[in-house]
Design a protein around this ligand. Structure first.
Ligand SMILES: [Zn+2]
Length: 195
């Protein structure tokens, strides 16, 4: 199954009916900005070439990807079914509850849709698509906003977030650092008091 994203460079106010009349079944309008939108249609593997030809004939701009790389509508439910509270942000370890947790795609959907390299990573990681529960992690709103569609260091942090040892070492390093600052402050204070 493939998802086709369709836009019409000519007909800016294209309606679903326009596409239906031209053989696209069940087009769904998807808002992408205040005024921007595109349509999405699901296409069987056997209809792929036919659909590409149809898009070209109608001069529609199109972009398609395997459905396993599309955002599922029920991914939040899947996450809550698979993981019980309490939750901790995968990236900063902040405590979260069911109301404050954001379910984040560790490998972002946007990259999964567009990048063949990321698609290979998903397949090679043994994930059943981008909405596999192993790719869904708890995140606080702040980290989620900062992460956006990034991979790189965020992917590494997300992977490390599974390890208790990582959080233990991280906590220890912070504690040592805080102690060092306190000692420094104390010695500075001591120096001035002794003048
Ligand atoms: Zn966080």
């Amino acid at each position: 199954m493939y998802i086709f994203e369709l836009r019409s460079p000519k007909k800016r106010k294209m309606k679903a009916k326009y596409l239906e009349r031209r053989g696209f079944t069940n087009p769904k309008q998807v808002k992408t900005g205040k005024y921007a939108f595109h349509f999405e249609v699901e296409v069987d593997d056997s209809d792929l070439k036919k659909t590409i030809r149809r898009c070209k004939r109608r001069k529609l701009s199109y972009f398609y990807y395997d459905k396993q790389f599309a955002r599922a509508t029920n991914y939040r439910r899947r996450f809550f079914d698979a993981y019980n509270p309490p939750y901790r942000c995968q990236y900063c370890h902040k405590k979260l509850n069911e109301n404050t947790v954001i379910v984040d795609h560790l490998i972002p959907v946007d990259l999964a849709k567009k990048s063949p390299k990321v698609q290979r990573l998903i397949i090679n990681s043994g994930l059943d698509g981008v909405n596999d529960v192993m790719n869904l992690v708890p995140s606080c709103p702040k980290c989620n906003l900062k992460k956006g569609n990034k991979m790189g260091i965020w992917y590494i942090r997300g992977k490390l977030g599974y390890s208790r040892l990582y959080w233990f070492i991280r906590g220890l390093v912070r504690l040592v650092f805080a102690a060092a600052i306190l000692l420094l402050l104390a010695s500075v204070l001591n120096f001035f008091l002794n003048i």
